[in-house]
Write a protein that binds this ligand. Structure first.
Ligand SMILES: [Zn+2]
Length: 292
């Protein structure tokens, strides 16, 4: 099977680009210098140097592409603050700003690093972990902005799960393919470092009961799906994309809800799984519903 590129259509005709920040392929209004999907400025690059501009009609007849129509973005969604001010005399809309993690809330272990290595070496070490093993690391010697990565088996899939200590971030990488370059790039982004830069490693802080912790996430997911999941929840999580996800759910639960939560999870792609699991863990703590 050849790789079919999914293109989000943010314009009828315009520039065919890829965002290096959110990894989405898009057709954006001509001259866009900000990603209308994640609002990051300066991460757009051409998908195809020899065909920079195209139209929806051309994409639709090309078997290499599948398209998903998006709402037309406002000017403040695809032009950088600078261009808006200088060329259009317009004020940027604060709602259309890339949201970085709030690092102020990042607690960190008051510890000295136990080692250091380059970003590339770290990536290799992560990919060499055994199931259940974990690495903790930080861009800073004092342990601030501290990350943990763990190689886990979740629903029979092997993944590397990243967490931002004390922060809201959670990311998941499947590790079937050769992902070294991809891992280096993601680490570089999270840690704000280049491949050969130094990062610091720390002793892993053992949760009191690791198995219980894993069990808790899985329980939270199931109890959420059994007791709380509904159309409104679907809308909360997937917003305007929710009709698609609700329809998908209805297909799995059509004949019997038995096993639907597992099948639904398996059918979602990484990014959407994370959104769902995050929500489940917000609402449920294992088998008990949290107070809201
Ligand atoms: Zn983006």
């Amino acid at each position: 099977m050849t790789d079919i590129k999914i293109i989000y259509l943010y314009a009828y005709s315009g520039d065919l680009v890829h965002c290096n920040q959110c990894e989405v392929n898009m057709l954006v209004p001509t001259g866009a210098d900000k990603c209308p999907h994640c609002y990051f400025e300066g991460a757009l690059q051409w998908i195809n140097e020899s065909r920079k501009e195209t139209t929806v009609d051309e994409l639709d007849i090309n078997p290499e592409y599948a398209t998903i129509t998006k709402p037309d973005p406002e000017t403040t969604e695809y032009l950088s603050d600078e261009v808006l001010k200088d060329e259009f005399d317009m004020e940027p809309n604060p709602k259309h700003k890339y949201k970085t993690m709030n690092k102020l809330h990042n607690k960190h272990p008051e510890k000295r690093p136990t080692g250091q290595c380059t970003v590339l070496e770290l990536a290799k070490r992560l990919l060499d972990l055994n199931i259940g093993e974990e690495l903790n690391f930080s861009e800073n010697q004092d342990g601030s902005d501290y990350w943990g990565a763990k190689y886990m088996e979740v629903f029979e899939q092997q993944v590397i799960l990243f967490g931002y200590y004390g922060g809201p971030s959670l990311q998941l990488y499947e590790i079937e393919k050769d992902v070294l370059a991809d891992m280096v790039r993601h680490l570089g982004y999270h840690l704000n470092k280049k491949e050969e830069d130094t990062i610091f490693t720390f002793d892993v802080i053992k949760p009191q009961n690791e198995e219980a912790y894993k069990e808790n996430i899985v329980s939270s997911y199931f109890f959420y799906m059994w007791n709380a999941w509904c159309k409104e929840e679907c809308e909360k999580i997937f917003s305007w994309e929710s009709p698609h996800f609700w329809e998908k759910w209805c297909k799995f639960a059509k004949d019997t809800a038995c096993g639907a939560a597992e099948k639904y999870y398996a059918d979602l792609s990484d990014g959407y799984r994370i959104m769902l699991v995050k929500r489940a863990c917000e609402i449920y703590d294992g088998n008990s519903r949290k107070k809201q």
